[in-house]
Design a protein around this ligand. Structure first.
Ligand SMILES: [Zn+2]
Length: 552
């Protein structure tokens, strides 16, 4: 009965069609796709082609989801519109939704299907502070000045996953393929603030494989220990005593002094840490006004290194330094873990299976307009060169011969999942190469045909790879063997959160309280406009500011 109601759910009603952003054109495409599917052979490559045709027929659906999440512009732990929008679509299609997963209000785990294998598809959903930007415009031009925006491109990954998942659902029902799909979001990835908690609370315990998707500027996948780092995100707080800063300063104990001394200490010590480390801090509480000695102050650190032991060593150094700062100022120190990310290790078996599908799908056909926009943005941000968008696949990513050749850099809490379940990350080409990251320029492509085509290409690879995992049980077994016998040989997962650390659900509350009302006016309305570019009145692409306007 479940399957029957799922089937009814998929043949969506008019209202659902409108809610899901379908048009009549899409309805025709769906029917064409179905006709094609019936004619296709029902085995191996034929099944792959069938699910890929299904993805292609959902281009409009994918575009609407990319644009819609872009317009929400939500920061980590505040992704309420985004999560509500995605889970409603899944629920309408017969998926079971667990909301508020791991005590995180914007998290959810959606399930459809029966039995093994259980394949989970994840992608991040949060934005970047102050990265608000009009899409398709090659210079800094925010929709809402100062507001958050998708200056990382996390608006595109769930469009890839949900498209692939609904295509898979349809094919699995029609072909009676057994297995369970699980969809989930990376909440607050920019603060490494959810995936370690999902792992700790058992959300990946019954899962056989995870395919994570992340925006990139080429279609690719990597296996083994990757470049980049893991980290601990930790906030140190100092408690002192206040007094009049001029009248009786000798009666005060300054918590701000402790923060500053800790930072000075860390900045000296930095020279004697291994060059692979990356660490940075912001002062989150620095007092109220100069004539009141700050009673409470806090500083938030990201402490990054490339392997578990090195992260732990630097974390211990930071804790001792905080204790030292407290001693120097006669204040009390406490700390709270706010996020964590394990170094990433991706599964060779799944990556190699995926690579065949990447070669099959290839890169999207970019238009002259797409390339012109990419080159214009590359010039504006002074990229090393301005080659435009990727037109050639790279090689499959593999570990360096010498592990010391791995490059340091950023982190992603998918690392924690990669040490729990055989995992890969599919990178799909929805953004422009050569940008600096975490910046308004990284938002420019993210609601344009570049992002839309990249997301469809990603969904095609994802659907094909997942279908292979469902239909070839040996692949899941081999992936597990690599995980156990190669990846976990000689080392294993060390979580940096304890059983008691709460998820950092208070993050970004204040910022979103200010900007959400302003952003709401610009949410994408797919019932009135074909694209978000159209809603914003942007003639794609806009390569330079209007000269006439500039003269006034
Ligand atoms: Zn990201």
């Amino acid at each position: 009965m479940d399957e029957l109601s799922d089937a009814e759910g998929f043949i969506v009603s008019d209202i659902q069609f409108k809610r899901r952003g379908y048009t009549m054109r899409h309805l025709k495409l769906l029917i064409t796709g179905a006709a094609f599917a019936v004619a296709a052979p029902v085995a191996g490559q034929g099944l792959m082609d069938k699910v890929e045709a299904e993805v292609n027929s959902m281009e409009k659906f994918t575009q609407v989801m990319v644009d819609k999440i872009f317009s929400f512009s939500e920061l980590g732990q505040q992704e309420f519109e985004t999560s509500g929008y995605i889970t409603r679509i899944l629920e309408e299609n017969g998926w079971e939704i667990d909301r508020g997963s791991a005590g995180i209000p914007t998290a959810w785990f959606a399930r459809w299907g029966t039995g093994a294998p259980v394949i989970a598809l994840g992608s991040d959903i949060d934005g970047i502070p102050k990265a608000n930007q009009k899409p398709g415009v090659a210079w800094h031009d925010p929709i809402v000045p100062g507001a958050p925006g998708h200056g990382e491109g996390h608006n595109s990954g769930q469009a890839v996953n949900v498209t692939a998942a609904l295509a898979l659902q349809k094919v699995m029902m029609e072909e009676e393929i057994q297995g369970t799909l699980v969809l989930w979001p990376g909440v607050a990835e920019e603060q490494l603030g959810s995936k370690a908690w999902f792992v700790r609370d058992g959300y990946f315990d019954d899962i056989d494989a995870v395919i994570f998707t992340h925006v990139g500027n080429n279609l690719g996948v990597t296996w083994g220990a990757t470049s980049g780092t893991g980290l601990v995100s930790v906030e140190f707080s100092f408690q002192g005593e206040s007094a009049h800063s001029a009248g009786s300063p000798w009666r005060a104990r300054s918590s701000l002094d402790a923060v500053e001394l800790m930072n000075v200490g860390w900045n000296f010590r930095r020279e004697h840490l291994h060059p692979n480390q990356r660490s940075h801090y912001v002062i989150t509480i620095g007092g109220d006004q100069p004539n009141v000695v700050p009673q409470v102050a806090s500083v938030w650190y990201y402490i990054r290194e490339m392997d578990f032991d090195d992260i732990q060593r630097n974390y211990d150094i930071a804790k001792r330094m905080a204790e030292g700062a407290a001693l120097m100022t006669n204040t009390e120190m406490s700390y709270q873990v706010r996020g964590a990310a394990a170094p990433r290790h991706f599964n060779k078996v799944i990556a190699e299976a995926m690579w065949k599908h990447i070669e099959h799908v290839g890169l999207p056909q970019w238009s002259e307009d797409d390339q012109a926009l990419a080159k214009a943005v590359q010039m504006v941000v002074e990229a090393d060169s301005a080659p435009g968008l990727a037109t050639k696949l790279e090689e499959i990513g593999a570990p360096k011969e010498d592990p010391n050749d791995r490059r340091s850099g950023g982190s992603d809490d998918i690392g924690d999942i990669s040490w729990t379940v055989p995992t890969v990350t599919l990178r799909f080409p929805s953004n422009i190469p050569g940008l600096q990251g975490h910046h308004w320029s990284n938002a420019i492509a993210m609601a344009t045909p570049i992002a839309h085509k990249g997301a469809t290409a990603g969904a095609r690879v994802l659907a094909r790879t997942a279908l292979e995992l469902f239909t070839d049980p040996t692949l899941v077994t081999k992936a597990r063997a690599y995980f156990t016998d190669v990846q976990n040989k000689g080392q294993s997962y060390q979580p940096f959160i304890t059983a008691d650390d709460p998820p950092p659900i208070d993050l970004n509350t204040d910022i979103m309280a200010v900007f959400r009302p302003q952003l709401e006016e610009y949410y994408f309305d797919e019932t009135r406009y074909d694209t978000y570019l159209e809603q914003l009145g942007i003639t794609y692409p806009m390569l330079r500011p209007d000269r006439e306007e500039e003269d006034h």
